[in-house]
Design a protein around this ligand. Structure first.
Ligand SMILES: Cc1cc2nc3c(=O)[nH]c(=O)nc-3n(C[C@H](O)[C@H](O)[C@H](O)COP(=O)(O)OP(=O)(O)OC[C@H]3O[C@@H](n4cnc5c(N)ncnc54)[C@H](O)[C@@H]3O)c2cc1C
Length: 493
């Protein structure tokens, strides 16, 4: 029955695309910290209807493309199974994670999300459906899809690997006062692969915390740090970062809460995006009320909704001048240099450090390192999410990070504001390989080119500045950020 429904839904999408003469995009706003004005002029494919889990067996789960991480976790964890390398928030979708790029704190063992995909279906720009794309079937598309950000086709189904898990995790927080001590332990733990999950935080220049989580079978219920819902009043207790800031040594969580820990707090972004004090409720409320209802996908007054609302606003480039949301890829071996650069350019703290195995394959274009430059198979995602404390232009900061990552054989996350220069971008990535793949799978004239899609457009700033929403946000947002800045010292001791 579910597969029959799935086929009906896909047939509908195929028909729309077959008749279409325009460029095509998904209707989803998703996790994109950049201008999405281009969507207005394109044919939007309603992917939200692809929201059913189709089948689950011992070693795999098969889902329609808009099934969310939250849906999967709730289905698999009771069976003591989980999908490796899912991003750690509940509202990412499997189509977005495959078509974009995603990782989690067990990616250091399992690689990026796309590395754990068994097969998928995709509707091409001519309306044809290609079924069961896998390592053996259309392998060029299987390896090539990662990081193409919706420029190859509309993914409709994704089948993923399942691994064993337990219902609870113990989280250990290891605190360090010097980079050398931190780095030596961090790289050793990564090499030994003894932890089920690992990530780290740079709290301030000489303050580091490794966070490692391991499955536990038995636990005294009163020891678990539980969050019953996503109420904005409770999320602070849940936030991993609050544990770090308070220099805790360990705590226990239900696995589902661990795996979705950043949807409650948007990393520590709730200090940026959601209320901190009474006055902030006002600011957030005002900002929130300016957003047209149809753009808001959550229900109830929850953090996910605020997060989505904040996402909408961040598309205004004006905000980038106050708040940074950007990820730098760097080999583990050059982490020190990356952190020095971030400090020099932004003085933004805390920083998220998430390792991922790269699993190079020659048919990958945007989801792997340049092997000729970077020998290290362990890539670190340095996440910079917070208040910019320098006076350097956001554009210059991002361009410096982009060049730095490329020079290291890796790249900066495409979901955030990108200012790549055309030549530099295509010197790093293989344009010929990308163009050939697009031609072969009928994407060239039906889906936007990736460079065009992800890089900053010159007219963006003008559009953003001229809207009432943008002007009001800048006015209220500045006050809101000042408020957060004033409280920062209390948060990071
Ligand atoms: C605030 C924020 C926090 C983030 N946190 C994390 C994190 O913790 N871990 C992590 O790994 N990543 C993180 N990311 C990056 C995120 O995982 C990727 O951008 C991911 O691709 C988003 O998935 P989504 O389901 O929201 O997809 P969307 O944002 O909707 O889409 C991502 C891209 O994939 C394309 N796409 C979506 N659906 C389809 C489809 N059905 N067919 C074809 N193409 C499609 C879209 O066109 C788009 O270009 C974050 C991003 C932001 C903005």
């Amino acid at each position: 029955m579910t597969y029959r429904n799935y086929h009906k839904k896909v047939e509908k999408i195929c028909k729309i695309i077959e008749k279409n003469k325009n460029l095509i995009t998904t209707s989803r706003k998703g996790h994109n910290h950049r201008d999405l004005q281009f969507k207005i002029k394109q044919t939007k494919i309603e992917t939200a209807q692809l929201d059913s889990i189709l089948s689950i067996e011992k070693d795999w789960i098969d889902c329609e493309a808009s099934v969310s991480v939250g849906q999967i976790n709730r289905k698999t964890i009771p069976k003591k199974k989980m999908v490796p390398s899912l991003p750690e928030g509940d509202n990412f979708t499997v189509g977005g994670c495959l078509g974009g790029l995603a990782l989690g704190s067990n990616s250091y063992i399992h690689g990026f999300f796309n590395n754990n995909v068994i097969d998928f279906d995709i509707v091409l720009g001519n309306g044809d459906l290609v079924r069961n794309v896998s390592k053996k079937n259309h392998s060029d598309l299987y390896y090539g899809i990662g990081g193409t950000y919706g420029t190859m086709g509309i993914i409709t189904r994704v089948k993923m690997k399942l691994i064993d898990c337990e219902n609870y995790v113990k989280i250990n927080y290891l605190h360090y006062k010097s980079f050398n001590e931190f780095y030596s332990d961090f790289s050793l733990r990564i090499k030994e692969q003894k932890d089920d999950f690992i990530e780290a935080f740079v709290n301030s220049k000489n303050d580091f915390t490794i966070v490692c989580a391991n499955f536990v079978k038995e636990i005294r219920k009163e020891e678990i740090l539980i969050i019953k819902d996503k109420s904005i009043l409770k999320q602070r207790h849940m936030c991993i970062y609050a544990q770090i800031a308070n220099k805790k040594d360990f705590n226990y969580l239900r696995l589902v809460d661990y795996l979705e820990r950043y949807s409650y707090s948007a990393f520590w972004g709730h200090y940026l995006y959601t209320p901190y004090k009474l006055r902030d409720y006002l600011y957030a409320g005002l900002v929130y009320s300016l957003i047209p209802r149809k753009m808001i996908q959550g229900d109830g007054l929850n953090v996910g909704k605020y997060f989505l609302a904040a996402n909408q606003i961040v598309g205004d480039y004006a905000r980038d001048e106050h708040v940074l949301t950007t990820d730098i890829g760097v080999p583990l071996s050059n982490l020190r240099k990356a952190l020095e650069l971030v400090d020099e350019m932004t003085e933004t703290y805390p920083l998220w450090i998430c390792p991922s195995k790269d699993n190079y394959h020659p048919d990958k274009t945007f989801s792997t390192r340049r092997k000729d430059i970077c020998e290290d198979n362990m890539i670190i995602d340095v996440g910079i999410y917070g208040i910019k404390n320098s006076n350097i232009d956001s554009k210059i900061i991002n361009q410096t990070f982009e060049k730095f990552s490329f020079a290291n054989g890796v790249f900066k996350g495409f979901f955030s504001t990108c200012y790549f220069e055309y030549n530099q971008f295509w010197e790093h990535f293989d344009k010929n390989k990308y163009d050939q793949l697009r031609k072969k799978y009928h994407a060239s004239s039906n889906f936007m080119d990736i460079y065009e899609k992800i890089t900053y457009r010159n007219d963006s700033k003008k559009i953003a500045k001229n809207t009432l929403r943008s002007k009001l946000f800048t006015f209220f947002g500045k006050g809101y950020l000042r408020q957060i800045n004033m409280n920062k010292k209390k948060l990071i001791k």
